[in-house]
Design a protein around this ligand. Structure first.
Ligand SMILES: Cc1cc2nc3c(=O)[nH]c(=O)nc-3n(C[C@H](O)[C@H](O)[C@H](O)COP(=O)(O)OP(=O)(O)OC[C@H]3O[C@@H](n4cnc5c(N)ncnc54)[C@H](O)[C@@H]3O)c2cc1C
Length: 232
């Protein structure tokens, strides 16, 4: 984490396998005042359920109590509260950007470069798209030797993705029905970028772009024009 900055408030995921036979054969998602909850059937006949909430929510009470009380307030998951289930697991959910994604001829791709808030559900598409953009940059170096232009293109594409997703996701958190009076939703409804441990030039550009609503830097578009033709 020392080379990464958070681009959304830290979130905790609590998850468990619920009995599949008591749940629909469908993916479910529901918003609660303190969290949002996602669940989906698994091939083993279970129903994997994940609660995304603030770290504070699990500090004051035992995990089982938090899990059951959040699920019992839902319309979609309440039916399985009290039924046998797997142990509850937790993990931290970090939405981040690397502050030196291209350094010493080493390029980071996918979640080694940046991750998205889980609400976006587009991490796979984003990892694939960014890999193709990195291929364009590498191809440009191989064909023309213009490493600076290639690096600028790669970095601008990464900044553009993070800035767009940060604004889209915060917009969705702002619109969700539990409302801005609940701190979980309010905190995530504003574009967010943490102060970097190391304020690299990439971080400074990311920070400037992320604070511009709907940002799309003019530089990125110029670079695309210069590099894309080399794909063929
Ligand atoms: C529960 C959950 C639900 C999700 N749902 C969605 C969704 O619905 N839609 C969506 O688009 N995205 C979803 N995502 C996000 C998506 O999975 C990621 O954004 C995406 O997989 C990132 O791709 P990646 O190639 O960067 O990393 P990964 O898919 O994590 O691939 C990295 C690979 O590298 C391997 N690896 C790691 N270290 C080494 C090493 N030292 N040597 C060799 N191999 C190594 C790992 O084993 C892994 O296979 C979800 C993620 C989670 C956790």
């Amino acid at each position: 984490m020392q080379d990464r900055v958070l681009t959304a408030p830290q979130t905790i995921a609590l998850w468990a396998e619920l009995p599949g036979q008591s749940m629909p054969v469908d993916t479910l998602i529901e918003a609660r005042p303190e969290a949002w909850i996602w669940g989906s059937p698994t091939p083993g006949g279970q129903f994997r359920t994940i609660i995304f909430t603030d770290p504070d929510t699990i500090r004051q009470q035992p995990l089982t109590k938090v899990f059951d009380s959040l699920l019992s307030g839902t319309s979609l998951f309440a039916a399985v509260v009290g039924m046998p289930r797997s142990d509850i697991q937790t993990c931290s959910v970090f939405t981040y950007a690397h502050v030196n994604p291209w350094k010493d001829n080493y390029l980071r791709l996918g979640e080694a470069a940046f991750s998205l808030d889980p609400l976006s559900s587009t991490g796979v598409e984003k990892a694939m798209r960014f890999s193709l953009q990195a291929v364009i940059a590498i191809n440009t170096i191989l064909k023309t030797g213009q490493a600076d232009m290639a690096q600028t293109f790669y970095e601008n594409k990464m900044i553009e993705s993070i800035a767009s997703h940060t604004h889209w996701t915060s917009g969705y958190y702002a619109q969700a029905w539990p409302g801005q009076q609940h701190s979980f939703w309010h905190k995530r409804s504003l574009p967010y970028i943490d102060p970097a441990g190391q304020p690299t030039s990439f971080y400074n550009r990311l920070k400037t772009s992320s604070s511009l609503p709907g940002s799309r830097s003019a530089k990125t578009d110029q670079c695309t024009g210069g590099i894309t033709p080399l794909m063929a």
